[in-house]
Design a protein around this ligand. Structure first.
Ligand code: 5AD
Ligand code: SF4
Length: 453
């Protein structure tokens, strides 16, 4: 999400004559795009802000801005407490950056943290930053109306609003023209995407399943991913569209947060364990080969040992391919901060998290081991960190797959080369697996993605 936001900011600044540079040392303006989701994320940003003092000492003309959720949450506080900061801009105020920068240019400090009910940056064509030229993000909605009790996002990013579907499709078509092979559609809760074409009747509403289908049909050579789903809103209609189109990846990120219905109730998640497991069963019914990942919070307010055991047993039952796992961290203003004491001792949170991580490691290893011997279609994204002779890519299930750069047996890619490159789409036999990645042997180089099923 923040990468995508930074690309919108880069686009707005490009119109104002700014161009990106490769390091903060070369810059006249440094903008830190921030996240408030956990205290640790904010702590990291505060350290980065402090580091800016050194840069400013060396480059007196340097201006420093803070963007995103922390800007929204801490506002003027940031300007007062961190003298190095010249500019504070919340996630809905990026269009005002040129005026704010003008003010900063006259030696004043500038702030705009107004949230909006309408802003989607819909027609802004992002400037792709740090891109591999193969995969890109497209934001389809902003904000969140869910009010999960632990979460600061509804306060920092404001009310939910969906972006014009036609502008989303246009952006994806442009990606194809620019040579991209994969897009990830982004929103805090994509399942509540809803867009009504102007002057259309009630039944003209485009929901997320419709949007997915529109992109899949308009861009048959583009791989499509999306994030994040919400278990209370994920419909069978979405699953049916996923199953119908080969160019939609078989991978769903479905955060569960806890396996205990009691805890889920206190989290205000809008579903219980039984409902969640039914959604998992429905995914498996529609797409037996679909990978599923999740988010889990350890040590939420009032979580008992029995609740924790329920999380472990749910993980055992689902067998996630991957998980993001966190200790609960109380966030200001949230319902949990106001209503429930953060009463699980730090040490206990740590122990529970370690157990969750340990179990997930085992489950990930089981899932990847099951892929050995199978044939997967892999989109090559870049050079492997470990070896220049190897490239990495991803299969539909979002596993990283490592293959040799040189293909053997007379096979060539679209340009007639035997050396693979990012953007090539290959059929791979999986030869071995670790918990984190798969290794494979290239069988064929496909010159294009498999189109519609
Ligand atoms: N403490 C710990 N984890 C949190 N998340 C969101 N808020 C908190 C919090 N206060 C996690 C959730 C969410 C992911 C993006 O971050 O698991 O799905
Ligand atoms: Fe936060 Fe819940 Fe919205 Fe996700 S769905 S952003 S966890 S409030």
């Amino acid at each position: 999400m923040n990468v995508s936001d930074s690309e919108v900011v880069a686009s707005i600044l490009a119109r104002d004559g700014y161009t990106p540079v490769n390091s903060a040392e070369e810059a006249d303006l440094v903008l830190l795009n921030t996240c408030s989701i956990r205290e640790k994320a904010e702590y990291t940003v505060l350290q980065r802000i402090n580091e800016m003092n050194n840069l400013k000492a060396r480059n007196k003309g340097l201006k420093v801005g803070v963007l995103g959720c922390m800007a929204e949450r801490m506002r003027e506080d940031l300007l007062e407490k961190k003298k190095v900061v010249d500019l504070v801009v919340g996630p809905d105020a990026y269009r005002t950056l040129p005026e704010l920068l003008e003010k900063v240019g006259t030696g004043q400090k500038a702030v705009n943290v107004l949230l909006s009910r309408e802003e989607t940056y819909g027609e802004i064509e992002p400037v792709r930053l740090g891109t591999n030229g193969v995969t890109a993000f497209v934001t389809i909605m902003r904000g969140c109306d869910n009010m999960c009790a632990f979460c600061v996002v509804p306060f920092t990013r404001g009310r939910e609003r969906s972006r014009d579907a036609t502008s989303i499709v246009r952006e994806c078509e442009q990606l194809v023209r620019d040579g991209y092979r994969e897009v990830t559609l982004l929103g805090q809760n994509v399942d509540s995407y809803k867009w009504r074409p102007v002057q259309s009747a009630e039944n003209g509403i485009v929901d997320f399943a419709d949007l997915l289908e529109m992109v899949a049909v308009a861009c048959p050579t583009l791989r499509i991913r999306y994030s994040t789903s919400h278990p209370k809103d994920m419909t069978d209609k979405v699953l049916a569209v996923m199953a119908r189109y080969d160019n939609i990846c078989k991978y769903i990120h479905l955060p569960v947060q806890s396996g205990s219905s009691e805890v889920l109730k206190r989290m205000n998640r809008g579903y219980d364990r039984v409902w969640y497991l039914e959604r998992i069963a429905s995914i498996r019914r529609h797409m037996p080969d679909c990978a599923i990942s999740t988010d889990i919070i350890a040590g939420y307010c009032g979580e008992t040992e029995a609740d924790h055991q329920e999380t472990l047993s749910l993980m055992e039952e689902v067998g996630y391919d991957m998980a993001f796992m966190f200790k609960y961290s109380e966030r200001p203003k949230t319902l949990a901060a106001r209503k429930y004491p953060d009463d699980v001792p730090e040490e206990e949170k740590g122990r529970r998290l370690a157990e969750i991580i340990e179990l997930q490691k085992r489950k990930s290893a089981e899932r990847t081991a099951g892929y050995v011997g199978q044939i997967h279609e892999v989109l090559i994204e870049g050079v492997s960190k470990r070896s220049n002779d190897h490239l990495y890519g991803r299969n539909s299930q979002n596993n990283v797959v490592i293959v040799a750069r040189q293909v053997v047996g007379g096979k060539t890619n679209a340009e007639g080369s035997r050396s693979l490159k990012p953007g090539d789409f290959v059929r791979v036999r999986i030869t071995s697996a670790t918990a984190g990645s798969l290794q494979g042997e290239v069988l064929d180089v496909l010159n294009h993605q498999p189109a519609l099923a």
